[in-house]
Design a protein around this ligand. Structure first.
Ligand code: ARG
Length: 458
C-alpha cells in the first residue's frame, strides 16, 4: 500500500509485530458498513462518480459475503482488516477500488470501526444484563419471604430475606446498566472524515456518514477524534465494575454451595464433578466468574497503560487497544450468561437458611430492642442481658425462641412472654419495614418497581 516510498519490503519481524489482522478481523462487519457509508457520501458529494461508487459498493458486498462464508483471511502482509478488505476489493473490482480511500485514512477508519464495534457490544451486553435483572427479580419474587441470615464480617448479623439479598444485586446491575448507557451516549460520535489527523481538503459531508452509521454527531476535533480511545476505556470501566459485581455474586454462590453452609444446590448444568472424588459437585462456573473479574480489570489497566503518555495524534501503540476490549467483552458476556443461569437454576435450601438464621442468634438485636422498648431498660444493659441469653442458648444448642420463659426470667425477671413475638425470625424481618428494608412487604415493593422498570408485566 505504500511501496512507492520504500526500496525494500518489511522484514519478517516487522510484518509480525505490525500485524493486527489476527484480532482486528473481528471488526469486519463494522469496516464494511463504514466503507459503504463513506463511498455513498463520496458519490453524493461528487468526489467519486456514482458509477464507481456503485461498483465499489457491490464489491464490498461481495467481500462481506466471502468473509461471512469463509472467514477473514489472515495475511500479515496486509496488516489489518482495512487493508485486507481493500486488497480483496481491488482483486474483485479492479483499480476503481483505489477510489474508496479518498478523503479517508486508516486512522479515522479504525476509530470509526472500533466505536461501532464497542457500540454493538454495549447493546448486546445491555440485553444480557436485562436478562440477568429479570432472573434476579423472578427468583427474588419466589423468595420474598424466605428467611436467611444476613451477614456482616460474614458473621450472622440479623435475619434478612433471600429476596432482599438478591434484590441487592439487582440494584448493582441497574447501576452497571446505567454506566454502559452513559458510556454509549459519549461514544456515539462519528470520527469518520477526520482523515489522518487534520481533516481533509475534499468537500466531504460528515453529517451524511454520521447519520448513515447511526451516530448522533460528527466529532468536533480531528486530532482528538483519531487519537481518542475514551470510549473503549469507558466501556472497560463499566465492564470492570460490572465484573466486580458478578464476582461478588459468584462468591456468594461458592460459599452458599459449600457443605457447611448448604444454602443452595447449584444447577447441574453450571457445575462440574471431580475425576477422583465421586461426591463432589464443584461450582466451577461461579469460580470462573470470580476469576474472570481479575482478567477484565486487567484489560482495563492494559489499555490505560497503553494510552498514557501518547502525544497527539495517532500512534501505533493504539493498535493494541483492541485485544483487551475484545477479551473483556467476551469474558463479561460469558459471566453475565453464567450468572443469569445460576440465579434462575439454583435450588435454594430455604429450610437450611432459616435454621442458620435461628442458630446464628440473628434475632439477638430484636431481644435487646424489646428490652429497651417494653421493659424500659437502657440499651447497654439490654445488650448485656441479651448476651447472657445467647450464651445460654448456645450452650444448649437451641434457638433463642426455644428458651423457656423460666430460663429467660432467671437472666432477667423483667422479661415476660410477649418477648417471643420479637424473637422469631419472621417477626424480626417483618419489623424491618423501613423503605428499602428487609421486611417482605418492602421487598415486594422493590420487586414491583423493578418489574415495572424492566417491563416484565406487560
Ligand atoms: N492497524 C491499525 C490499527 O489498528 C490501523 C491504523 C493504522 N494507521 C497508521 N497510521 N499506521 O490501529
Amino acid at each position: 500500500m505504500w511501496g512507492g516510498r520504500f526500496a525494500e519490503g518489511p522484514s519478517a519481524i516487522m510484518r509480525e509485530i505490525n500485524a493486527s489482522i489476527p484480532f482486528d478481523k473481528q471488526l469486519w462487519q463494522q469496516d464494511i458498513a463504514a466503507s459503504k457509508a463513506h463511498v455513498a457520501m463520496l458519490a453524493a458529494c461528487k468526489i467519486v462518480s456514482v458509477e464507481d461508487a456503485d461498483t465499489i459498493t457491490g464489491g464490498l458486498e461481495k467481500v462481506a459475503a466471502e468473509y461471512e462464508a469463509d472467514g477473514v483471511p489472515e495475511n500479515w502482509d496486509l496488516e489489518d482488516i482495512h487493508m485486507t478488505t481493500e486488497a480483496r476489493l481491488a482483486e474483485l473490482v479492479g483499480p476503481v477500488a483505489g477510489r474508496l480511500h479518498t478523503a479517508r485514512s486508516r486512522n479515522d477508519q479504525v476509530a470509526t470501526d472500533f466505536r461501532l464495534w464497542v457500540r454493538d457490544e454495549t447493546d448486546s451486553l445491555l440485553e444480557g444484563l436485562a436478562g440477568l435483572q429479570r432472573s434476579l427479580v423472578e427468583t427474588a419474587g419466589q423468595h420474598a419471604d424466605s428467611i436467611m441470615p444476613g451477614f456482616t464480617h460474614l458473621q450472622t448479623a440479623q435475619p434478612v430475606t433471600l429476596g432482599h439479598h438478591l434484590m441487592a444485586y439487582y440494584e448493582m446491575i441497574a447501576r452497571d446498566v446505567s454506566r454502559f448507557k452513559d458510556a454509549r451516549v459519549r461514544l456515539n460520535q462519528s470520527p469518520l472524515g477526520s482523515a489522518a489527523l487534520a481533516g481533509t481538503g475534499f468537500p466531504i459531508d460528515r453529517k451524511m456518514t454520521t447519520q448513515a452509521l447511526g451516530f448522533d454527531a460528527p466529532t468536533a476535533n480531528s486530532l482528538d477524534a483519531v487519537s481518542d480511545r475514551d470510549f473503549a476505556l469507558d466501556f472497560l470501566g463499566a465492564a470492570s465494575q460490572c465484573a466486580l459485581h458478578l464476582s461478588r455474586l459468584a462468591e456468594e454462590f461458592v460459599i452458599w454451595a459449600s457443605q457447611p453452609f448448604g444454602f443452595v444446590r447449584m444447577p447441574d448444568t453450571l457445575s462440574t464433578g471431580s475425576s477422583i472424588m465421586p461426591q463432589k459437585k464443584n461450582p466451577d462456573a461461579a469460580e470462573l466468574v470470580r476469576g474472570h473479574a481479575g482478567r477484565i480489570v486487567g484489560c482495563q489497566m492494559a489499555l490505560m497503560m497503553t494510552m498514557k503518555g501518547l502525544p497527539l495524534a495517532y500512534s501505533k501503540d493504539m493498535q493494541d487497544d483492541k485485544p483487551p476490549v475484545f477479551e473483556a467483552a467476551g469474558l463479561l458476556q460469558l459471566c453475565v450468561a453464567a450468572m443469569t443461569g445460576m440465579v434462575a437454576g439454583a435450588d435454594f435450601r430455604t429450610g437450611r437458611m432459616r435454621q442458620a438464621a435461628e442458630l446464628g442468634y440473628a434475632t439477638a438485636t430484636d431481644l435487646a430492642d424489646w428490652l429497651v422498648r417494653e421493659a424500659d431498660i437502657p440499651f447497654r444493659e439490654a445488650h448485656h442481658i441479651t448476651g447472657a441469653a445467647v450464651k445460654l442458648a448456645e450452650g444448649k444448642g437451641s434457638a433463642l425462641d426455644e428458651l423457656s420463659l423460666e430460663e429467660l426470667q432467671v437472666i432477667d425477671p423483667r422479661i415476660d412472654d410477649r418477648v417471643y413475638k420479637a424473637l422469631s425470625v419472621e417477626a424480626s424481618v417483618a419489623a424491618r419495614n423501613s423503605y428499602g428494608g428487609t421486611a417482605p412487604e418492602q421487598v415486594r415493593v422493590q420487586i414491583a418497581e423493578a418489574r415495572k422498570s424492566l417491563g416484565m408485566d406487560q
